[in-house]
Design a protein around this ligand. Structure first.
Ligand code: ZN
Length: 348
């Protein structure tokens, strides 16, 4: 077989193209991975829509997609880290490995290149990556879950910023990362978990992870009621930790109000434009720990996440709502854009 089906960003504009692409050959230090499952991320929706960010960053034509798992099918010369037949996912931020010389193993340097954004990605039958990108997966992690580790890593990275043992946690925003955060926060020892979103579809999904309360601010006659409800549920104290996953300005303002004195505000959701913050009220006089998080720690977050999933402490199957063959990418993308989806899994 010399060609494979793939999803290509074919031009500098809206849309995508289903193409027959040459099967890539692994070079020195590279591996070719047969993609078992891949999933759609918000970034892929941006790339498909060709928004301002995509127009400034993506260089078509290019196969995109950056969340997947698969089996290493062939290896290039000089590969020592992984082998043919290994079940892997991959860190898609290019990690440049340099020998450390002190016996501590190779050190990595982030070069800000992301496979599937700046270089060919995984919306294809095969993907070629440098060996050091690969992360071996235990067999207990299903390929469907293995295709979502990039985004689960974001939830784990956010939730591990603060020791959640015995804490009350408010998850603001129930997109896939917010949804993963519910079982992750519980597994990390949170005693109370609250969640909110304006989309009824997402709240129904959230309920499947059994948080203590879920709220829809648009049903509550103003956001102040979420603040009141949380204070009631926490004996008037407010929550110890907010995981802000919405990036919505109003939700962020509300989230600060729900926080207890000395609480931690972990911000992962990205507001589309600058937002106003009452630093005196919400941060300084409240002794708030304000923590910004992005991506994940390579590879520390991977280790924690794989442990949580493989041990069965975290089950995220409830987030995986749709399955399509890769050839039906258009239908899958329409559902992703509708917001009525958790994670959408594609099979090449
Ligand atoms: Zn992503």
């Amino acid at each position: 077989m010399t060609t494979m089906q793939a999803i290509q960003k074919h031009h500098a504009g809206e849309g995508f193209k289903l193409i027959d692409a040459p099967v890539p050959t692994p070079g020195e230090g590279d591996v070719r991975i047969k993609v078992l499952k891949t999933s759609i991320c918000g970034t892929d929706v941006h790339i498909t829509n060709w928004d301002e960010w995509s127009a400034g960053r993506i260089k078509p034509p290019m196969i995109y997609g950056h969340e997947f798992c698969g089996i290493i099918e062939s290896v290039g010369p000089g590969v020592t880290h992984v082998a043919e037949g290994d079940y892997v996912s991959a860190e898609m931020h290019h990690v440049k490995m340099t020998p450390s010389g002190n016996g501590a193993g190779p050190q990595f340097e982030d070069t800000h290149v992301i496979y599937g954004v700046d270089a060919p990605g995984c919306f294809a039958k095969y993907v070629v990556l440098p060996q050091w990108q690969c992360v071996e997966l235990p067999d207990s992690i299903t390929p469907e879950v293995g295709a979502c580790l990039d985004s689960i890593g974001n939830a784990v990275h956010a939730a591990t910023q603060v020791d959640l043992t015995g804490k009350s946690v408010f998850i603001s925003g129930c997109g896939p990362i917010g949804l993963y955060s519910i079982p992750v926060a519980k597994a990390l020892g949170a005693t109370q978990v609250f969640a909110a979103d304006v989309a009824p579809y997402r709240l129904e999904l959230a309920k499947q992870a059994h948080p203590d309360f879920v709220w829809n601010p648009s049903d509550m006659d103003g956001d102040t009621n979420i603040d009141e409800a949380i204070h009631q549920a926490t004996d008037g104290k407010g929550v110890d930790v907010v995981l802000e996953m919405s990036g919505n300005a109003r939700a962020i303002t509300t989230a600060f109000k729900t926080l207890s004195h000395g609480g931690s505000m972990v911000c992962l959701g990205i507001p589309p434009e600058p937002i106003e913050l009452d630093l005196n009220r919400d941060v300084i006089f409240k002794s708030t720990r304000l923590i910004g998080v992005n991506g994940r720690e390579i590879f520390r977050t991977w280790d924690i996440m794989l442990d949580l999933l493989a041990s069965g402490k975290v089950d995220i199957d409830f987030v995986l709502t749709h399955h399509f063959p890769l050839s039906q990418f258009g239908e899958a993308m329409d559902i992703a854009k509708s917001g009525k989806a958790g994670k959408i899994i594609l099979t090449p």
